[in-house]
Design a protein around this ligand. Structure first.
Ligand SMILES: [Zn+2]
Length: 259
């Protein structure tokens, strides 16, 4: 697949005077990408979450109509990944560091005149931290809006994979097969399948998506580092899901810009 440059949307592409002169900054949308560098099983590079954030922006932003007021900050590539500690390549910062970094980005963008913020968060472990940041912004400044930017596109996967596949799983592996086809970053010789539970025997207390969830680190629920079934991934599905996901993400961006 080809990944077009989204330079015209990238804030660091502009000079201070150009940013100063942007019209209607208070209604422009600023996307803050937050990702992670962490183990994704034996088949995927540790860059998956940060790389996918860039893939989504690269595929979606060219589909946004000319003149749509949207800008992107530099990505936060190292996130809160202490749940994947103990694997070479997992690089994380404590939650409080991520919180301070995100808060600093927000405060400075606010100072330049921006008021609408959307997080393109591609790593589940960041969610609680980013959500706390958003509430801090809202409490601090009354004239802003913040949200998570999502495509809303859900790949058609099995109930089992949807409920219990949440890391280096079918979807992430398929995306990466398609996104890095030219660079062969996926090692398909071993695509593990490991689930922490079953839809045929759903427990009330589970790692994710249950009436009661518990805090986990990968070693508690997976030997391979995969949580889900990576063996189901195909490059064809990956291409289709990237296309459809990017189209849906572009629509979400336009909708947010028009609100
Ligand atoms: Zn991931």
């Amino acid at each position: 697949m080809s990944f077009p440059s989204y330079r015209k949307f990238y804030l660091p592409s502009y000079s201070p005077s150009q940013i100063e002169a942007f019209p209607n900054k208070e209604s422009a949308l600023v996307i803050i990408p937050t990702g992670a560098i962490e183990q994704h099983g034996p088949q995927l590079p540790v860059a998956v979450d940060s790389l996918m954030g860039q893939a989504w922006l690269s595929l979606a932003l060219p589909k946004v109509p000319e003149g749509t007021p949207v800008f992107v900050t530099p990505p936060v590539t190292i996130g809160k990944s202490n749940e994947h500690v103990g694997y070479p390549g997992t690089l994380f910062v404590p939650a409080k560091i991520l919180r301070r970094l995100v808060h600093s980005i927000f405060q400075q963008c606010y100072g330049w005149g921006f008021r609408k913020f959307a997080f393109l968060n591609t790593h589940g472990g960041n969610m609680s931290v980013v959500r706390a940041c958003m509430q801090e912004f809202q409490a601090e400044k009354s004239d802003i809006s913040t949200c998570f930017l999502r495509s809303g596109f859900a790949p058609p996967i099995s109930k089992q994979e949807a409920a219990f596949g949440f890391h280096a799983n079918q979807v992430e592996t398929a995306w990466m097969m398609a996104a890095t086809e030219d660079h062969q970053l996926v090692d398909s010789t071993y695509l593990p399948c490991e689930y922490p539970g079953s839809v045929d025997d759903p427990a009330e207390l589970r790692a994710e998506c249950a009436p009661a969830t518990y805090s986990w680190v990968t070693a508690d629920i997976s030997d391979s580092g995969v949580i889900g079934d990576a063996s189901l991934a195909t490059i064809e599905d990956g291409r289709e899901w990237l296309d459809k996901g990017a189209a849906a993400l572009a629509e979400s961006i336009v909708t947010l810009c028009n609100q």
